[in-house]
Design a protein around this ligand. Structure first.
Ligand code: MSP
Length: 510
């Protein structure tokens, strides 16, 4: 099916993982798994953004070296990926030599080409966001303290990357390429930003102000601005300059939060690539924000959600289910503990978990643990088969359109229909009868229910990988291949001896 390359933002090395970081990884992971199951050769990159003033400052406060801070934060973020079952292929850290070499090569190339120049600049600098501010950053005539912190006027000689002259090219590009930004409504925001003048980008910091960065190859008194350094990870990690770079580039998705779309990913990055004569990313996927009780999460409010607490307490798949079910990709969403528990108990516990234990129980009781041979079906069975055929198409389409919340809605409608089917067929009543037709119906019920569960588990695999594996193991299936396994087949499981006599997937939380 070809290659598929996806990246996430690289997280700042000056904080701890929270639900925002966790969600982004899970979303990226779900996309990659859907692609692998469609036979793409996937390359999934994530990593850590380790330079800059904030990292230097946090290290100072803790009385450790910036590298020691990065090493300990990297461990936390890598552990988080492990706990959330994130199937990344590569983890880049911007202090790695492979990255620093490419950043320096690119700086030198752009400098030689005349895209980088030296100039004196007087401006208002925000340490919080690590950049010179512009008039358009003001709200009601001032730079909001909540966003920019302390703002000071400074005059400095620095190096600048030419952005201004590419403005019209970028406007034309964004306008002509509908799929460049997802969701589409965010392209307006980018074009809005481009309506006004844009300044060239200051890409250096004098070492006497900041030393924790990549030294400029053409002036050892400066280090590189952290965003210029960080964005390059997307190409340094896949061998920019090497032969097989074109196997990966252009990237299919840059998965990022909406806060870093403008200007970093939609203005700086495309223009950097354009200056390097590289093709544009296919899609910038800007997801929304997780809020807590409608507010931005913040340490001072004390409403930061620790994803690892949830994964540890309720299981990795329960956490993955919740964030994917609740977030319409692109919109904001609210995290609430009550909602988490209710989704867990109702969807995962009642609808899915109980169905599985009920089905195992029936197969043991009425079939001696073996799925009977195919039997003749009537309307009830046919209705469930028809529903699956519709569900399969809807879900695959939703997966490819990044509508994961609605894919889950459809899958769980199907799962509830399996439960309803069992209630209607009432196999416990059929089992008491000696009538030959009732026997046939009983067998039919067992087959249809097992096959429906197999299909639901197979299509759920990208979102609930562990649960899906556990369910399929009941039927002795250890490999998922969507190409062959998403079609309803009454004969596929017949004669299979199931592997267990009990399974409680999501024990109820009181
Ligand atoms: N280091 C930069 C990204 C550089 S990419 C070349 C950065 N790091 S971050 O740690 O602040 O954020 C990492 C990702 O997490 C970003 O995509 C950001 O949007 C996302 N989130 C941070 N908080 C979030 C929420 N509350 N909700 C959802 N995602 C948010 O930015």
């Amino acid at each position: 099916m070809g290659n598929f390359y996806l990246t996430t933002a690289i997280d700042y090395a000056n904080g701890h993982p929270h639900i925002g970081h966790a969600y982004e990884k899970v979303l990226a992971d779900v996309i990659c798994r859907t692609k692998r199951l469609q036979d793409y050769t996937v390359h999934f990159l994530t990593g850590l953004d380790e330079h800059g003033q904030k990292v230097e400052q946090t290290a100072k406060e803790r009385n450790i070296t910036p590298q020691a801070l990065c090493d300990s934060v990297a461990k936390e973020f890598i552990d988080m990926c492990g706990s959330l079952n994130i199937s990344y292929d590569d983890y880049i850290r911007t202090t790695q030599t492979r990255h620093k070499t490419v950043v320096r090569d690119i700086l030198q190339k752009l400098f030689n080409q005349g895209d980088i120049y030296k100039a004196e600049y007087t401006g208002f600098y925000s340490m919080r966001v690590e950049r010179f501010l512009q008039e358009k950053d003001k709200v009601d005539g001032i730079w909001p303290k909540s966003e920019f912190g302390e703002v000071t006027e400074i005059t400095e000689i620095n190096y600048f990357f030419k952005l201004k002259e590419h403005k019209q090219w970028l406007i034309d590009y964004v306008t002509a390429h509908e799929d460049f930004i997802f969701p589409k409504f965010r392209a307006k925001q980018v074009l809005e930003f481009l309506k006004e003048d844009i300044n060239d980008l200051c890409i250096s910091r004098p070492k006497d102000r900041l030393s924790w960065g990549i030294e400029l190859p053409f002036d050892s008194k400066y280090v590189t601005y952290v965003w210029f350094d960080a964005l390059i990870n997307y190409i340094s990690a896949v061998g920019y300059g090497a032969d097989n770079f074109s196997k990966y580039w252009p990237v299919d998705y840059h998965v990022i939060g909406k806060d870093i779309l403008v200007p970093a990913h939609s203005i700086y990055w495309p223009i950097m690539l354009h200056a390097l004569d590289l093709p544009m990313p296919k899609t910038l996927l800007a997801h929304g924000w997780w809020l807590c009780s409608g507010e931005k999460m913040s340490k001072s409010i004390g409403n930061v959600v620790d994803p690892l607490d949830y994964a540890k307490q309720f299981g990795t798949d329960a956490f993955r289910y919740f964030v994917i079910r609740e977030m319409n990709v692109g919109q904001d969403s609210n995290f609430s503990h009550e909602l988490f528990i209710s989704r867990y108990n109702n969807d995962l516990g009642n609808d899915l978990g109980n169905l599985i234990s009920r089905c195992i129980n029936m197969l043991q009781r009425y079939g001696d643990g073996t799925i009977p041979a195919a039997s003749k079906f009537e309307t009830l069975e046919q209705e469930l088969i028809d529903l699956w055929n519709r569900t399969r198409l809807q879900v695959l389409d939703a997966y490819n359109q990044l509508q994961f919340h609605s894919a889950l809605e459809d899958i769980f409608t199907f799962i509830r229909a399996i439960n309803k089917f069992l209630e209607n067929r009432a196999p416990w009543k059929l089992a008491k009868s000696n009538d030959i037709e009732d026997r046939e119906h009983l067998h039919g019920t067992l087959i249809v229910c097992s096959e429906a569960i197999r299909l639901a588990a197979t299509i759920l695999a990208p979102i609930l990988p562990t649960t899906s594996q556990k369910i399929l193991a009941i039927f002795r299936i250890d490999r998922i291949e969507w190409g062959k396994q998403l079609e309803w087949d009454n004969r596929r499981l017949s004669g299979v001896q199931i592997t267990t006599d009990a399974m409680i997937l999501f024990p109820r939380i009181a």
